[in-house]
Design a protein around this ligand. Structure first.
Ligand code: HEM
Length: 524
């Protein structure tokens, strides 16, 4: 009989015998090899999304055009399918041309797709990593967006209507007295609204405030352009000392200037004013934001709200010249509500009586989106989607242009046709509906926090312009081409020949009277 001790002994003898050891080692190696093979097979079955063949060194950097990139990306979508992969200056890009994919990745999977690519020049130094638009996903972004939400949620936005109506009287007056400065008039209107809401006072009449606001804005947009600063392409340049990095000193100087300008506006605003900035400071016991973050929240409203709003109104003017029947139909609708004599200017109280004009506003957002290429989101972790592999740190581009010019959802997409929103239950019921049915305000946790305000600003501007003016082509309308537009984060029409005329002398007098009255109100 074998004792227990013998069994243990025989195991140990067996264990150290060379043949079984060799056997065990071989089986281990075979298992590892099989595992590797399995992993490899798996990684092969999860492939990257399709796209054009990249250059071995530069990827697609020199294939992607800088002008009207969204149209090129739309073309890739038609060729390779709605999800396209590219690489640009060392970054992985995932282009989404279909809203369903954007809603899944940027919406339902937003925990992974809500960051922004970090920018050393504009983000780290110029903004001290506190500028909302550039913040990566995390606690700081959540706090800043919560503060924004407190100020810009639909219920609160209702209380800004008086300011929006006042500022739109200025727009009417500017179009009456300076019809050739359409672009500047729309920018003054857009910036004026956000300035008034943020700091409780209107832009100076001599355009000094406007020029400084637009100057900061243009500079910041340029600083964020891909490739604008070498350090954002080669981050190791950030390790160089200050005396070899003049760009760093320049970025820090811009930061100082921005802080000083914001502080000046804050001092001029005062605590008692009922405006965005004053409320932010008053409610800060809830948000616990430092002074720089507070300054950037108010500043972000300008950066993101001025160009987008102005561009939308410029596209509206072009649409009215190219599609005069839609203008006539909207004028008839407005006249039926406020009278055709030109004595009563329509306002927010008429919203529910103006479904066609409201659909016309939505169609402007769809026809020529102000941010056609979307704002890129940035992913934090590896993911798989529809059998495709999406690496961590991929820049995800929601191509709003392609989504809003999709034949299936929007037949004849290049045609400006407000009736497409007048179908059955789609007739607008409240101001919230302005942001629905199109994708012009982005997606998921980074969706535009100013959309309710921005959409209503555009609406009141459009409704009142339709009420008061006719828009005519200086030459034949065929000379006006919506494809002639700027390229960048926002897209607006290049200068086009146009004439803006009051509909009648009574309309003109009503505008002048309203302007005199509102100037008194402003000074009061
Ligand atoms: C017609 C007007 C406007 C349009 C078309 C528009 C469009 C957009 C779009 C497409 C985005 C990017 C969303 C994304 O990343 O998915 C965005 C972001 C943003 N918008 Fe607007 N916007 C408008 C007006 C405004 C206004 C009036 C404000 C402020 C008062 C504003 C504040 C912002 C801010 C702060 C962001 C950045 C949000 C973030 O990064 O988390 N926008 N907007």
């Amino acid at each position: 009989m074998t004792s227990q001790l013998d069994v243990v002994d025989s195991w140990s003898t067996l264990a150290f015998h060379p043949i079984p050891v060799l056997y065990a080692a071989c089986s281990g190696l075979i298992a590892i090899a099989l595992l590797l093979k399995y992993c490899h097979a798996r990684s092969c079955s999860v492939r990257y999304p399709p796209g054009p063949t990249p250059h071995p060194l530069f990827g697609h950097t020199f294939q992607i055009p800088k002008q009207h990139t969204w149209r090129y990306l739309e073309g890739l979508g038609k060729r390779y399918g709605p999800i396209v992969r590219l690489s640009l200056a060392g970054d992985n890009l995932l282009v989404l041309n279909d809203p369903e994919d954007a809603e899944e990745l940027l919406g339902r999977r937003s925990h992974n797709y809500s960051s922004r690519k970090s920018l050393i020049y504009a983000g780290k130094y110029q903004s001290s990593e506190k500028r909302l638009v550039l913040l990566p996903y995390g606690p700081r972004l959540r706090t800043q967006r919560a503060a924004f939400y407190q100020m810009l949620q639909p219920q609160v936005v209702g209380s800004y209507e008086t300011i929006q109506e006042l500022e739109s009287i200025r727009l009417l007056h500017d179009m009456l007295t300076r019809p050739h400065e359409m672009e500047l008039n729309t920018k003054r209107f857009a910036a004026g609204n956000v300035f008034h809401l943020s700091y409780g006072r209107h832009l100076a009449h001599n355009d000094e405030d406007l020029k400084s606001v637009l100057g900061v804005l243009d500079g910041f947009i340029r600083d964020c352009y891909p490739g604008a600063h070498l350090v954002d392409i080669f981050p190791m340049l950030d390790r160089l000392p200050d005396f070899l990095s003049p760009w760093r000193i320049a970025a820090l100087r811009k930061h100082d200037m921005e802080m000083k300008a914001s502080l000046r506006s804050r001092v001029e605003t005062g605590d008692e004013s009922d405006c965005f900035a004053a409320r932010l400071w008053q409610d800060n016991h809830m948000n616990h934001l430092d002074t720089e973050s507070l300054a950037y929240i108010a500043g972000s409203a300008f950066e993101a709200g001025t160009d987008t709003t102005a561009a939308t109104i410029m596209w509206f003017v072009m649409a009215m010249i190219l599609y005069p029947d839609t203008l006539k139909k909207a004028q008839a609708e407005i006249d039926a509500v406020v009278g055709s004599e030109g004595k009563t200017i329509p306002g927010f109280s008429h919203f529910r009586d103006l479904p066609y004009t409201t659909c016309l506003t939505k169609e402007v957002f769809r026809w020529m989106p102000a941010a056609p290429g979307g704002f890129p989101h940035f992913s934090d972790k590896d993911d798989t989607y529809k059998g495709y592999r999406v690496d961590a740190k991929t820049m995800v581009i929601p191509n709003i242009w392609a989504m809003q010019h999709n034949e299936h959802q929007f037949p004849d997409p290049l045609v400006f046709n407000p009736d497409r929103f007048m179908k059955d239950n789609d007739v607008p019921i409240g101001p919230d509906s302005l942001t629905e049915g199109h994708y012009g305000f982005g997606f998921g946790r980074r969706i535009c926090p100013g959309r309710h305000l921005g959409a209503k600003t555009v609406w009141i501007g459009i409704v009142r312009l339709i009420w008061g003016f006719n828009f005519l082509a200086e030459t034949h309308p065929h000379g006006i081409n919506p494809e002639c537009c700027t390229s960048g984060i926002t897209c607006k029409p290049e200068r086009f020949p146009h004439r803006i005329q009051p509909r009648s002398q009574v309309h003109a007098t009503s505008i002048s009277d309203a302007w005199k009255f509102s100037s008194v109100t402003w000074q009061a």
